[in-house]
Design a protein around this ligand. Structure first.
Ligand SMILES: [Cu+2]
Length: 288
C-alpha cells in the first residue's frame, strides 16, 4: 500500500511537471513590441489593445525585447512612467519610423515604460527568471553597454528629402560631449555645426566636408550639465564649387523642457524643435 501510494504521488508530481512546464517555462527569449498605428494621436490609451502592442509582454532574464517602430511617427520606448519620468532601466531615445531598439533585461521584475514624445502611450514588460542563470549573467556587460549607447538621437530633414540625424552623449559638466551626424544616403556633404550651452559656444566647426555623409564631433569640456542646442547649417553637396543642394538650410536640435531629466529633455526638445524648425526656420520636414 505504501509503495503504491508513493508511486501515485510520484506520478502525480511528474504529471504536474508536465502540465506546468509549458506555461511556466515557455520560451520567452525574444519578444517584439510595436506602437499601435496612429498612437501619436491620443485615443489608443482607452482602446482595448492599448498604445503598445502587446501592451503587456513577458520576456526571460537574458532574453531580448525588440521595440520595433512600425508606426509612421517617431517614438521613444522609455522605462518609467509619464508621471514619474524615466526609471533608467532602459531608454531607446527617439526611434524613427522603420527603426527598432533592443533591450536585454538582466534582472527580473516589472518594467512599465512610455513614450516621451506621446506621454499617453504606456506599456509593461514583465521580466521573469529563465532558469538558465549563466546565460543571464553573460549578458550583463552587453546590457550595460546598450545603456551607454542609448544617449540621444534625433532626425530632421532637408527640403530635398535627405534625413539629417544627430546622435549625442548626455551633456555632462567637466566632460566633452560626443556628437555624431549622419546625412542619409548622401556623399560629399558640406556643413557647419555649432553647439551652444547656456548661450556659450562649445563647438563651432565650419566647412566640414564628409565623403560618406557621416561626421563625428567633440565639444570643448562642458562647464555644466545643462542641455545644449545643436545647429547644423547645410553648405551643399560636392567637392568643387558651385556646390548643389539646399544650401543654407538649418536643422536645429534643441532642448526646451527643463523639468525633465537631461537626456529626456534632449529627446523631447529635439522632436519639438524639429517641428518648430519646419514652421519657423526652414523647410525642414518633421518625421513626428
Ligand atoms: Cu510616441
Amino acid at each position: 500500500m505504501k509503495t503504491i501510494s508513493s508511486f501515485f504521488v510520484l506520478f502525480a508530481i511528474a504529471a504536474g511537471i508536465v502540465a506546468i512546464t509549458p506555461a511556466a517555462f515557455a520560451d520567452h527569449t525574444e519578444v517584439t513590441v510595436s506602437p499601435a498605428p496612429g498612437s501619436s494621436s491620443p485615443g489608443c490609451e482607452t482602446s482595448a489593445d492599448g498604445c503598445f502592442i502587446p501592451k503587456e509582454a513577458t520576456v526571460d532574464v537574458g532574453g531580448s525585447v525588440i521595440f520595433s517602430n512600425t508606426d509612421t511617427a517617431a517614438h521613444t520606448f522609455t522605462a518609467g512612467t509619464a508621471a514619474d519620468g524615466p526609471s533608467g532601466a532602459f531608454d531607446s531615445s527617439l526611434v524613427v519610423a522603420g527603426s527598432s531598439y533592443e533591450w536585454k533585461p538582466t534582472t527580473a521584475g516589472s518594467f512599465p515604460y512610455y513614450c516621451m514624445v506621446h506621454p499617453w502611450m504606456a506599456g509593461l514588460i514583465v521580466v521573469q527568471e529563465a532558469g538558465h542563470d549563466e546565460m543571464a549573467s553573460g549578458h550583463d556587460e552587453m546590457a550595460s553597454g546598450d545603456t551607454m549607447m542609448a544617449a540621444t538621437s534625433a532626425t530632421g530633414m532637408l527640403s530635398d528629402g535627405v534625413k539629417v540625424s544627430v546622435g549625442a552623449s548626455a551633456p555632462t559638466s567637466g566632460e566633452k560631449m560626443m556628437i555624431s551626424t549622419d546625412f542619409a544616403n548622401s556623399q560629399h556633404v558640406n556643413y557647419d555645426i555649432k553647439v551652444t550651452q547656456n548661450g556659450n559656444t562649445v563647438l563651432d566647426d565650419m566647412g566640414v566636408h564628409d565623403h560618406e555623409g557621416k561626421g563625428s564631433h567633440e565639444t570643448a569640456p562642458l562647464t555644466s550639465s545643462d542641455p545644449v542646442e545643436i545647429t547644423i547649417t547645410f553648405e551643399g553637396y560636392g567637392i568643387d564649387d558651385p556646390k548643389t543642394g539646399p544650401i543654407g538650410e538649418k536643422v536645429v536640435f534643441s532642448n526646451v523642457v527643463p523639468e525633465f531629466g537631461t537626456i529626456a529633455m534632449m529627446i523631447l526638445a529635439v522632436s519639438i524643435i524639429s517641428i518648430i524648425a519646419v514652421t519657423a526656420k526652414s523647410k525642414v520636414i518633421p518625421r513626428f
